[in-house]
Design a protein around this ligand. Structure first.
Ligand SMILES: [Zn+2]
Length: 415
């Protein structure tokens, strides 16, 4: 029997509300529903960050080339401040953000701890700050980079971790962690990746530094490396310093993914790309383009990829997908007129095949034919049968919702 990690449990599933009666149970997808309270408003409060950095309960998620440090393929390892002291000086947050910007020196480089949030389920022995208590969790990129000195210190941290039998877990997509750890890793991976790929200002082209506890990159106004007569020389003017600019904030790219029902509601439209293993089909997906609503993007993608014209589109649930920075917005859609169901793969040759499957066949595949891309389904699977993505993928949740009609609310789900 193939086993998959549990997707997160919705926190509000037992609450009887008008919305749940009307639209059915809430679905929360893998990589979402982090156990951490992000406390985003404290990211500029350096006294808080300084206390969190050095607190004995504080835990660090370490990544090297985006691979997380683990005890096993199913469990993250949380390092202590002592483990990373060589890379992160204890006074890292002692200067204010303004002072950090003024002290910018392009000759120096340093690792930057990313504040991920407070784990409020671990209050005991945790940090208390104002009304908030829990265990602070930071993400830290230990990939050797920057100055030679910084690279040597990163090497020390890595060697000490590996000497304890821990490994940086390499996987195309991590789908073996518990729901909570998957969400923590997703946040860490997305922020490390974004910081790594945005070391130069998108407006003026000069180097940037990480601020707001790893969630913003700023273009410093001066550089001590270019000082004249003891004073730092101003860097070229850059309007990221004077206007509100999104250039220096992490990016999230929205994509749509959709389970499409036929006009009679008895069939579901699935497609496959050439890179999928034989008989493996999934829901259709694509990027939302500028000035498109979610519903517009769903209708466009389904028409472009399969030639099918949709009528109603409803948003079902969403999934952060940190590879590298997507938000998958899941929808369920239906064709209004059987004449609009004809499949045409000629517009955009992205799919190798798209097909209408009977609900009964899809239900059977959800029981026996589910596998991660490239893995084998369980022993009950019969060769040649339909294969579908695992529950950790929103595609699986959308297909389940469409075939069980449970997005229609408690009264209609049994129809
Ligand atoms: Zn700039």
């Amino acid at each position: 029997m193939t086993t998959f990690p549990q997707i997160p449990a919705p926190a509000h599933t037992q609450v009887d509300s008008m919305l749940s009666r009307r639209f059915g149970r809430e679905t929360v997808n893998y990589f979402s529903s982090s156990p951490l309270n992000r406390l985003s408003f404290l990211r500029t409060e350096h006294p808080f960050l300084a206390a969190a950095l050095r607190h004995p309960s504080t835990r660090f998620v370490l990544v090297k080339d985006l691979a997380p440090l683990t005890r096993s393929s199913a469990e993250l390892f949380y390092a202590s401040y002592e483990d990373v002291r060589a890379l992160v000086p204890a006074d890292y947050f002692d200067l204010s953000e303004e002072e950090v910007l003024k002290a910018y020196d392009s000759r120096k480089s340093s690792a930057y701890p990313i504040f991920l949030g407070l784990d409020e389920s671990r209050r005991e022995a945790g940090l208390t700050w104002k009304n908030y208590s829990g265990t602070p969790v930071f993400g830290l990129d230990v990939t050797p980079r920057g100055s030679e000195e910084q690279q040597a210190r990163a090497g020390e941290v890595i060697a000490a971790m590996e000497a304890q039998g821990l490994t940086f877990f390499k996987s195309r997509v991590v789908a073996t962690f518990s729901a909570d750890e998957a969400a923590v890793y997703a946040q860490c991976r997305a922020l490390v990746d974004w910081n790594t790929r945005n070391t130069f200002c998108g407006t003026c082209g000069h180097p940037t530094i990480s601020v707001n506890a790893g969630t913003k990159r700023a273009c410093p106004p001066t550089d001590l490396a270019r000082s004249a007569e003891g004073k730092p020389v101003e860097r070229p003017a850059c309007n990221t310093r004077t206007t509100i600019s999104n250039l220096s904030f992490p990016r999230t790219d929205p994509t749509i993914i959709v389970a499409t029902l036929s006009a009679d509601g008895h069939r579901i439209l699935l497609g496959r790309s050439k890179r999928f293993p034989p008989n493996w089909y999934s829901t259709l997906a694509g990027f939302i383009e500028p000035a498109e609503s979610v519903e517009d993007a769903v209708r466009r993608e389904v028409w472009e990829e399969a030639g099918v014209t949709l009528s109603r589109v409803v948003i079902h649930s969403s999934q952060p997908w940190p590879y590298p920075a997507n938000l998958m917005i899941g929808a369920i859609a239906q064709v209004g007129d059987p004449a609009h169901e004809s499949i045409c793969l000629e517009h955009d040759p992205e799919l190798e095949d798209a097909r209408w499957f009977d609900i009964a066949e899809v239900k059977e595949a959800l029981c026996v034919g589910v596998s991660a891309l490239g893995d084998k389904p369980g022993p009950e699977y019969k060769e040649g049968g339909l294969k579908l993505p695992p529950p950790t993928a929103i595609a699986n949740q959308l297909i389940q919702a469409a075939v069980n009609a449970d997005y229609l609310g408690a009264s209609e789900a049994k129809m």
